[in-house]
Design a protein around this ligand. Structure first.
Ligand SMILES: NC(=O)c1ccc[n+]([C@@H]2O[C@H](COP(=O)([O-])OP(=O)(O)OC[C@H]3O[C@@H](n4cnc5c(N)ncnc54)[C@H](O)[C@@H]3O)[C@@H](O)[C@H]2O)c1
Length: 280
């Protein structure tokens, strides 16, 4: 049986399997919050990272992160303004990014929104709007990226940001469509993994697809939940085994793992990181 090629640098370089030097990545929803923290993690490992977000200007925290980039480590943080629901232009930006770099090695689909509305009051229009961002645009992001990974025969890794909300109903938060969209992403990752993980031919490696499902993280999205329902802060803290909410940077390691060679045999999986919230 043919042996798979090994990373030549293992044993001669620290953390060689996590090295993203010379590689190109896209992070949707990367203007702030979780997407930005994950993007920064990839940059620290040497990756060239393009954040795509609807915000005309990235948040101040993005600008601070860009100033922190250490050029000596080889990474770069770029910003492209784009609504992920405008799928034609989203595909164009993904294609331009791949063409400019002659490769695309990984994507994190983190753009997402939440709407807290009881199911019985949810309008069909609002439900379609949320699903267009949280589900359809994620499929579009992943498909456009996969086309480029096939075009440039570079293989790649795609990480969908789902949520523990795709596994449980969050106590106190009436967000039926959001939760359903996250459950859909966990399933979507499995289907995309089934379609794309196998190498296409000798020279076209497969594309791995996985999810990260975070628990409650303090980001602008959750701060908005707390503005609407201040009692959620304490309730959610008590719901996990660690008695606190997460910081966005606590997910960087998992994203780096998924987008690097370190997870080369992992596809179709969902990494749940929730301080034990769903474990009891
Ligand atoms: N914060 C949490 O507790 C939590 C938990 C689990 C999963 N998540 C998921 O993590 C991801 C990031 O969320 P966050 O908490 O950092 O929230 P956030 O609101 O801070 O960040 C979301 C980003 O997505 C961008 N975005 C929204 N709609 C877009 C569109 N149409 N086109 C392009 N960009 C768009 C926003 O501008 C924003 O920068 C989301 O998918 C969210 O569902 C968050």
């Amino acid at each position: 049986m043919a042996r798979l090629p090994k990373n030549e640098e293992v044993g001669s370089k620290q953390f060689a399997d996590f090295d993203l030097g010379g590689k190109t990545f896209i992070v949707t929803g990367g203007a702030r919050g979780l997407g930005l923290a994950l993007a920064e993690g990839l940059v620290e490992a040497g990756g060239r990272v393009y954040c795509i977000d609807i915000a005309e200007e990235p948040d101040e925290e993005w600008k601070v992160a860009q100033k922190r980039v250490n050029p000596a480590w080889g990474g770069r943080l770029e910003y492209r303004q784009q609504d992920v629901c405008d799928t034609e232009n989203l595909s164009r930006i993904i294609e331009e990014t791949a063409d400019e770099n002659q490769q695309l090695n990984g994507v994190i689909a983190a753009a997402g929104v939440n709407q807290v509305t009881p199911a019985i009051e949810y309008s069909a229009q609002d439900a379609s709007k949320l699903l267009a961002i949280n589900l359809t645009a994620v499929l579009e992001t992943a498909s456009s990226a996969a086309k480029m990974m096939i075009k440039y025969k570079c293989g790649g890794s795609i990480c969908l940001i789902a949520s523990m909300s795709g596994l449980v109903a969050n106590k106190g938060m009436k967000s039926p469509v959001y939760n359903a969209s996250k459950a859909a992403l966990i399933q979507l990752a499995k289907n995309l993994a089934m379609e794309w993980s196998l190498p296409k031919d000798e020279s076209t490696p497969g594309i791995r697809v996985n999810c990260i499902s975070p628990g409650h993280i303090i980001t602008p999205m959750v701060e908005e939940n707390f503005r609407q329902q201040p009692e959620l802060k304490d309730l959610w803290r008590k719901e996990n085994m660690m008695g606190r909410l997460a910081r966005p940077d606590e997910f960087k390691g998992a994203a780096l793992f998924l987008l690097s060679n370190a997870s080369s045999f992992m596809t179709g999986s969902n990494i749940v990181i929730d301080g034990g919230h769903t474990a009891w």
